[in-house]
Design a protein. Structure first.
Length: 262
């Protein structure tokens, strides 16, 4: 049901295309210069900090249980050390091994504490997620930052400088909105990465800023069902809770903490 971005093509041209739907997955995370590779969906897994999914296709529907960490996400066996203000890069690949195939929609990053256990054992079904970053449109509101992912660049995220230490999941998510002019057409691509934050800082998210997944989104949220997503300049409202007050400062340049609301 979900093609990548064919909707502007004529039906006759569509009929000539091979039935390849590339979609994609989180292939690699870089933490302060250290590379951590994820597993290709469905491949025999090697140790990783990224929870492996079993399908590059998007998660569809705001109440889908796979909205949590991605399609049938499995516990990952490793947990990487990170620090307050660590610089992260998230590298997304297309399911065909090429570049990420989408360019319309937001990129958002959430975190949740791995409660009462380490993240390699933590069942995130009831995790309380708080948002540390949301990246939408580049200045001018014509082009999404997601275009940079399609061009072969990573997403750049800075961890909150004062977040309390401990084991956390980082839920880095791309939403592809090219079919979101219809209710239920938004494509969700969640991912979960396991980290252990060092230090003795003390900020924690207030419960009022936390959501579960599913739970944090509705199919009729303005940023998920978006009939005007192709009207430029784009007016966009991010779904989910607000970014926590102690998140790293927003920079509207393209690196390394690119984050810009419309
Ligand atoms: C960043 O935001 C500031 C304040 O809104 C603005 O003056 C500046 O032009 C912006 N920079 C870019 C590259 O858009
Ligand atoms: C992340 O930073 C790199 C290097 O500055 C930049 O080329 C890239 O476009 C940024 N990513 C996004 C999604 O803007
Ligand atoms: Cu796709």
């Amino acid at each position: 049901m979900s093609y990548c971005s064919y909707q502007q093509f004529s039906l006759s041209f569509l009929a000539l295309l091979p039935f390849v739907s590339a979609h994609g997955y989180l292939a690699q995370v870089v933490i302060d210069g250290n590379n951590y590779y994820g597993n290709v969906p469905n491949a025999k897994p090697v140790p990783s900090i990224i929870r492996q999914i079993n399908d590059v296709d998007p998660v569809m529907g705001a109440s889908n249980p796979y909205l949590n960490c991605g399609q049938d996400a499995q516990l990952a066996s490793l947990v990487a050390n990170a620090n307050p203000s660590s610089q992260l890069q998230f590298w997304w690949d297309g399911g065909d091994g090429g570049h990420w195939p989408h360019n319309t929609g937001p990129i958002m990053t959430y975190m949740a504490q791995c409660v009462d256990t380490t993240c390699d054992q933590y069942d995130s079904t009831n995790a309380e997620w708080f948002k540390i970053e949301e990246t939408g449109l580049q200045p001018g509101n014509m082009v999404w930052y997601q275009q940079n992912i399609m061009n072969g660049w990573p997403a750049n995220v800075t961890l909150p400088p004062t977040l309390a230490p401990g084991q956390y999941l980082i839920r880095h998510e791309i939403i592809a909105l090219h079919d979101a002019v219809a209710m239920g057409g938004a494509q969700f691509y969640p991912s979960c990465t396991q980290v252990n934050i060092q230090g003795d800082q003390s900020d924690v998210a207030p419960a009022s800023d936390e959501v579960t997944f599913p739970g944090g989104y509705s199919d009729d949220d303005p940023g998920i069902y978006d009939p005007t997503v192709f009207n430029r300049p784009v007016q966009y409202t991010f779904p989910g809770p607000p970014v926590v007050s102690f998140a790293a400062p927003v920079s509207n340049t393209s690196s390394p903490t690119s984050s810009n609301s419309s």
